[in-house]
Design a protein around this ligand. Structure first.
Ligand SMILES: NC(=O)c1ccc[n+]([C@@H]2O[C@H](COP(=O)([O-])OP(=O)(O)OC[C@H]3O[C@@H](n4cnc5c(N)ncnc54)[C@H](O)[C@@H]3O)[C@@H](O)[C@H]2O)c1
Length: 336
């Protein structure tokens, strides 16, 4: 029987159509090189990856920079060479949160840590829910830095309550800050990045945006939403040389989690009874029982920051639309 599939003919036809396709796409648009075909040589190669992990000369905006993960990211970005605008509400963001709010002094302390790295820090007290305030902050960054290379949309809040007992604000405040505030943060900088034809946007989601979480459904829903927003935005901005990714921390020791509400969830998770004032050693034991991949009870903010820094570098130019887990191994238990 005659072989109806002729591999040589097929490859030749493919080669011609690839050449036609590249010519039709006008692919030498600055980001790719069309090399002459010789034998099986590649006709498309990417620009040489430059392994540039420095952020020297870059300008970054970090929301929620007064403390916790936002502060650690601001300091790590400065350590890699970036100047920083740190935005924070520096006040209670909701009547429904049960942990201590950040203060202006916290933001000033972040300023000192960034300045100790010999980098500029501009502190802005603003609520990410306020679109005008975010536009003003972006305008100030452009005036002071001349550009915006990086946005870290980090600010967020969390409430704890079973849905059956949840009041309206325990749902809407979390959704408003975590989703609408993240949108506002992006919206304020995105046109500048499009004009520049470059940018890095990293949104801080959560392990709880990758799986359900009992008694914290508004937070989980908001963090899941951030991933959908990130992926859609990555599609919209790819041709403008802007990458968009999320980082999902596991449990990190910050004021958001070092409180009776969150610690009691950890105790319950391990089948332990809740306590009025949970003892740290009991919570550590409970965590080690349930989250024992790297055998630590929780991470430090500085453990998360390097993953964020990497995504901001030139070297990360082919990483976009990605969820990037920094969970001390919890993510090994997710399905994908
Ligand atoms: N701590 C964790 O275990 C953990 C885990 C996964 C993800 N995260 C995420 O990491 C990010 C930082 O969390 P954290 O643990 O450092 O919390 P945190 O409460 O210590 O810090 C959050 C900062 O955001 C600020 N903020 C809150 N609402 C704001 C608003 N409306 N406008 C401006 N600023 C506002 C706060 O004032 C605070 O300084 C959040 O997105 C959080 O969801 C935290």
């Amino acid at each position: 029987m005659q072989n109806i599939y002729n591999e040589k003919e097929h490859l030749k036809a493919n080669e011609i159509s690839r050449r036609k396709m590249l010519a039709a796409l006008g692919i030498a648009t600055g980001s790719a090189i069309v090399a002459p075909l010789a034998g099986n040589a590649a006709i498309y190669t990417s620009p040489q990856p430059n392994n540039n992990f420095s952020l020297n000369g870059k300008a970054a905006i970090v929301t929620g920079a007064a403390r916790g993960i936002g502060r650690a990211i601001a300091v790590a970005l400065a350590d890699a060479g970036a100047d920083i605008m740190g935005i924070d509400i520096a006040a209670p963001a909701s009547t429904e949160t049960t942990y201590t709010p950040a203060t202006k002094k916290d933001l000033d302390d972040t300023a000192k840590l960034v300045q100790a790295k010999q980098r500029r820090f501009i502190g802005v007290v603003a609520d990410i829910r306020d679109m005008n305030a975010m536009n003003n902050a972006a305008a100030k960054a452009i005036k002071e830095f001349g550009k915006i290379d990086i946005l870290i949309a980090n600010a967020a809040i969390q409430t704890y309550m079973p849905v059956a007992q949840m009041n309206q604000k325990q749902w809407t405040d979390v959704i408003d800050v975590n989703i609408n505030g993240t949108f506002n943060s992006v919206r304020a900088v995105v046109n500048q990045m499009i004009t520049q034809k470059s940018g890095r946007i990293i949104m801080i989601s959560s392990g709880q945006g990758r799986h359900g979480f009992k008694e914290a459904s508004s937070y989980s829903a908001s963090k899941w939403a951030i991933i959908g927003f990130m992926k859609s935005l990555a599609l919209e901005l790819a041709e403008d040389n802007i990458t968009v990714n999320t980082v999902e921390p596991g449990l990190v020791d910050t004021p958001l989690t070092r409180n009776a509400g969150r610690w009691n969830l950890a105790l319950k998770d391990a089948g332990e009874p809740p306590q009025d004032n949970p003892k740290e050693e009991d919570v550590i034991a409970a965590r080690l029982k349930t989250q024992s991949v790297q055998k630590i009870p929780w991470m430090q903010p500085e453990d998360v920051a390097p993953a964020v820094v990497f995504l901001c570098t030139d070297a990360a130019y082919r990483v976009t639309g990605a969820t990037y887990d920094a969970t001390a191994g919890d993510s090994a238990k997710y399905t994908a």
